[in-house]
Design a protein around this ligand. Structure first.
Ligand code: GTP
Ligand code: MG
Length: 556
């Protein structure tokens, strides 16, 4: 019977043969070869009439135990701490015939900085999710003979493209110190002067052999102002809110390392050539960030549980997504990649991305199924929709073998509508809470113009060009209803699905003509050509139309 079904497929669904699809010439050429090679090779390998569980068809009809488990996390909360500065050194020149040499302690090295970079290739935040904090290296202490301490090691945090970074809290010891000083300056006259002569364990280094009485007697100079490294000017303006939707060529600075302490030569005076103190390094800035990954796939599958999404993903790519004949087989998003090659492993450069880059592959996101009332947290809820929220094209995967396909499509659109509504509410709430809560504590931060890329002259007259502080443009968020979409009608090999498919196609035609209300019940819906592509994913039949159609929609 399977043989009969397989043979009947083009006849059952004539649109497979005489294509009413308005696929661009480019797209048609592009996929012709791969479609024939990749899918028909599987097909021809399976003898006609073979049962679906034939060993050769196991890639598309695998047992539930045959799947590649990918570790996936789409959220992480992490505290990033820039390195603290090394301490200044207290040392004195020792040379033959020089009895009591002058101070020659080196400054402490500055701490390591923390950078972030969005890269292609990373697909999950699990590496960050299992760490609660990341610290950059501490600067080394200064040494004798005026040797400065080594810089601390920088840390580069690589995240997948599509990560949204939001700041939860930050602790900036330099800003805190500056604030204390300003308060003191406000409350007491000469507040800064009041710090003269005071010993602060957290700020001053004492000569190791100093006795407690020497501590008490020592005439400490005013504590030097807390210092920030020049790099700090390139830090993004707090609160950090980044949308890393493009791969970044260069890493972006998040937290600059703290400055090292001053060696004892800084405190030499005309009367005291041998000061027995140096300062400690500053503590590093630490920022707690919430990272959220919104997969940036080209196509997002939306469908009910058990519709055949994962099987379809397997048919289109080399994905080893789990397939099982029960609802919620997929519990985490799967990403598959369709390689657009010419059949000989060479890239067929016929499609291009918006950036002009040639498109050599199409990424697909397969997410857990949606059930009616998923927005009321039924099933696995709507949370996973954020992974298809940014897909350029939505593919509604509808099972022809169970119930009315039009009804299934309407349920899916309804849930998408609810997701949009919830998201709108969330955005409003987040904006409100930001407006009320955020109070910059660091009044002596560089001005906004300085941070926005202007050339800045700091106290030491060094010219700093903050190259890393590029402001990232917000990703234009297209509402789901305005995205190009199409329907993949799966399980077309099952008997009696023909009528269901015909009704679905008629419904889509009516939608395209405007004689039917759009299932999203929204205005500004996408007005492109609508189609349903009948496929039998389990047999790899009809699936070659999907990349063709997708490329034409992506090129739109
Ligand atoms: N006859 C037939 N069965 C199919 C086809 N595609 C998938 N199936 C079967 O349908 C069942 C569900 O397939 P899955 O790919 O796991 O479905 P899913 O949509 O990913 O399900 P969830 O992950 O639970 O949402 C499996 O038993 C598949 O073998 C098809 O084209 N024809
Ligand atoms: Mg699945």
């Amino acid at each position: 019977m399977a043989r009969v079904q397989a043979a009947l497929l083009p006849f059952l669904y004539p649109c497979l043969e005489s294509s009413p699809l308005h696929v661009g010439r480019r797209a048609r050429l592009l996929y012709r070869s791969i479609a024939t090679r990749r899918y028909q090779s599987t097909e021809s390998a399976i003898p006609d009439g073979a049962p679906l569980d034939h060993p050769l068809s196991s890639h598309l009809n695998p047992p539930p135990t045959d799947y590649g488990r990918t570790i996936f996390a789409d959220k992480a909360t992490i505290t990033l701490s820039a390195g603290s500065g090394g301490h200044g050194c207290i040392s004195f020149l020792r040379e033959k015939y020089i009895e009591a040499g002058p101070a020659n302690g080196g400054d402490g090295g500055s701490g390591g900085s923390i950078y972030i970079q969005a890269v292609r290739g990373e697909t999950s935040l699990h590496k960050l999710a299992r760490r609660s904090s990341i610290k950059a290296g501490r600067g080394k202490n200064g040494q004798g003979k005026d040797k400065g301490g080594q810089r601390g090691e920088d840390v580069l945090v690589q995240v997948p493209v599509g990560t949204v970074v939001r700041e939860i809290s930050r602790r900036d010891p330099v800003a805190e110190e500056e604030e204390i000083r300003m308060l003191e300056a406000g409350s007491e006259k000469g507040g800064v002067e009041a710090t003269r002569g005071t010993w602060r364990r957290d700020k001053w280094m004492q000569y190791p052999s100093s006795t407690p009485s020497e501590y008490a007697m020592a005439n400490f100079p005013p504590l030097p102002k807390p210092r920030r490294s020049n790099l700090a000017l390139s830090q993004p303006q707090p609160p950090i809110d980044l949308d890393l939707s493009e791969p970044m060529e260069k890493p972006m600075l998040l937290a600059a390392g703290a400055m090292g302490g001053l060696g004892n030569p800084h405190f030499m005076t005309a009367t005291d050539r041998r000061p027995k103190f140096a300062t400690k390094g500053e503590d590093g800035l630490s920022i707690t960030l919430e990272l959220e990954l919104k997969l940036l796939a080209d196509v997002g599958f939306v469908g009910m549980p058990n519709a055949g999404k994962s099987t379809l993903l397997r048919a289109l790519s080399r994905s080893k997504a789990r397939v099982g004949n029960w609802a919620f087989t997929t519990l985490q998003p799967n990403i598959g990649t369709m390689v657009l090659d010419n059949g000989h492993g060479r890239a067929q450069v016929q499609a291009s991305r918006a950036s002009g880059e040639p498109r050599t592959q199409i990424s697909i996101a397969d997410i857990p199924g949606l059930i009616p009332d998923a927005h009321m947290d039924k099933g696995l809820g709507l949370g996973f929709l954020r992974h298809v929220e940014r897909a350029h094209v939505l593919a509604f995967v509808v099972d022809l073998s169970v119930g009315d396909a039009i009804n299934s499509l309407n349920i899916l659109w309804n849930e998408l509508g609810e997701f949009e509504t919830l998201k709108g509410k969330e955005t409003n709430m987040a904006t409100e809470s930001r407006i009320v809560d955020w109070k910059p504590i660091n009044k002596s931060r560089p001005s906004a113009s300085a941070r926005n890329g202007a050339v800045v002259r700091n106290e030491d007259n060094a010219i700093i060009e903050p190259s890393g502080s590029r402001s990232l443009p917000d990703l234009p968020m297209v509402p789901m209803s305005s995205k190009p979409w199409f329907v993949v009608a799966t399980k077309a090999d099952v008997e009696g699905t023909q009528e269901n498919f015909a009704k679905l196609q008629a419904y889509l035609d009516a939608l395209a003509k405007g004689t039917q209300n759009h299932p999203s019940k929204r205005k500004n819906v996408w007005k492109g050509p609508l189609t349903a592509i009948p496929v039998s994913a389990i047999r790899g039949e009809g699936v070659e139309r999907i990349p063709e159609w997708t490329v034409s929609l992506l090129d739109d």
